[in-house]
Write a protein that binds this ligand. Structure first.
Ligand SMILES: Cc1ncc(CNC=O)c(N)n1
Length: 232
């Protein structure tokens, strides 16, 4: 079999295949009514504040998950792709992000010390905690990391795109994840995830695909909660 890359023909990894195969649910997570409301300037400010306080809880739980990936990257024998440095720089950004959330909270008059996690936040945080276990493959974890970051990058970049009417006071929020630098970071995570998937067993690949779908479902639930759909 000829495996040499053809000029002009992009080399598609497993993650791109899944984005195509599951495009409906991916679009549901990245073009959610909450995001569309930010983009068209009709977002309810109480919904935005709810998102802000719940996401602060999420991000705190995200830190140990990403830290577990540093451990797994360090333990595996092949680090020719510099995975440890890539993940570590993500942890450093999360350190800034936690400060950023605190500043945003005081700007919007949200008291983070009294915020209780709602059910979708609890469920999503528990899912992250399960992924932190040493029993979960590095491949599955990296793929989840890429998917979680990419949903935010794609969603918030959409709020900054051509023709958006995002309120000026929310632009900084959209920039946090929608900026091109973060887009490049997501591409780096995607390359690592694709490389892992290329070498993974069939069992790991199918576990990773299920995990990919679960991430998208949790993201949709998180937006639903933020939007204040009755029942939350
Ligand atoms: C629910 C959710 N998903 C993804 C992200 C983006 N990662 C870190 O900030 C986030 N903040 N919150």
């Amino acid at each position: 079999m000829d495996v040499t890359p053809k000029p002009g023909v992009p080399c598609r990894g497993m993650t791109d295949t899944w984005l195509k195969k599951h495009t409906l649910i991916y679009t549901g997570a990245t073009r959610h009514p909450f995001i569309l409301a930010i983009r068209d300037g009709t977002v309810d400010i109480s919904a935005f504040k709810r998102w802000l306080s719940q996401d602060y809880i999420f991000v705190r739980a995200f830190v140990p998950f990403v830290a577990s990936l540093v451990v797994k990257a360090w333990k595996k024998s092949d680090d020719s792709h510099g995975d440890v440095e890539v993940i570590l720089s993500g942890l450093a950004s999360l350190n800034d992000e936690i400060d950023w959330f605190k500043k945003q909270a005081s700007k919007w008059g949200v008291d983070l010390s009294v915020v209780a996690p709602q059910k979708p936040t609890q469920d999503y945080c528990r899912f992250l905690e399960n992924l932190t276990s040493p029993e979960v493959d590095y491949t599955v974890g990296m793929m989840a990391y890429w998917a979680i970051e990419t949903v935010y990058q794609d969603s918030f970049a959409h709020c900054l795109g051509e023709g958006s009417k995002t309120p000026p006071e929310l632009e900084e929020v959209c920039q946090r994840w929608g900026n091109g630098g973060f887009g490049n970071y997501c591409s780096a995570l995607q390359s690592i995830a694709d490389w892992c998937l290329l070498k993974a067993t069939d069992d790991e690949v199918s576990k990773a695909e299920v995990t990919f779908l679960r991430v998208l479902e949790y993201e949709v639930e998180f937006w639903n909660m933020s939007r204040g759909i009755p029942g939350y």
